[in-house]
Design a protein around this ligand. Structure first.
Ligand SMILES: [Cu+2]
Length: 139
């Protein structure tokens, strides 16, 4: 019985200790490490610099005419996409894509490309591999 009590007592002490470290660490941590001053960039609420309408559903459409400046935020409206389901993703993980539907139900791809070169987006739904487009990022 005494052994059991000691065991429980030890567990309580251990839990109190962990809570103490967590709280103390949180308080000290927030004082020792200055939070970054610049706001974290949020692609979902970003204002696009340009809005471009493109019809990806016509065969042979090429977006190589589309040139993005590094850091520019563009909204690419996919014409005739209302009512269709697609999930687009970029090949370059350093560039960022946020997909949403505008008030007309059209798919809009908000892209912010930071890496110079060529990137492309493709629909990741099986069987939709044909729905892709390349674009250029250049200064
Ligand atoms: Cu698709």
């Amino acid at each position: 019985m005494r052994y059991l009590f000691n065991k429980i007592n030890f567990q309580v002490k251990a839990i109190v200790f962990v809570i103490f470290i967590t709280v103390a660490g949180g308080i000290l941590g927030s004082h020792l490490h200055e939070a970054p001053k610049q706001a974290i960039f949020d692609i979902q609420t970003a204002e696009p610099d340009r809005t471009i309408v493109a019809n990806l559903f016509t065969i042979g459409y090429d977006l190589t005419q589309l040139e993005l400046v590094p850091g520019e935020v563009i909204d690419l409206v996919l014409a005739n996409s209302a009512g269709t389901t697609h999930t687009f993703s970029l090949s370059n993980p350093f560039n960022d894509l946020y997909q949403y539907n505008n008030s007309f139900g059209e798919i809009v791809l908000r892209i912010i490309a930071t890496e110079e070169g060529v990137d492309n987006f493709v629909c990741t739904i099986p069987g939709h591999e044909g729905l892709h487009a390349n674009f250029i990022i250049a200064n």
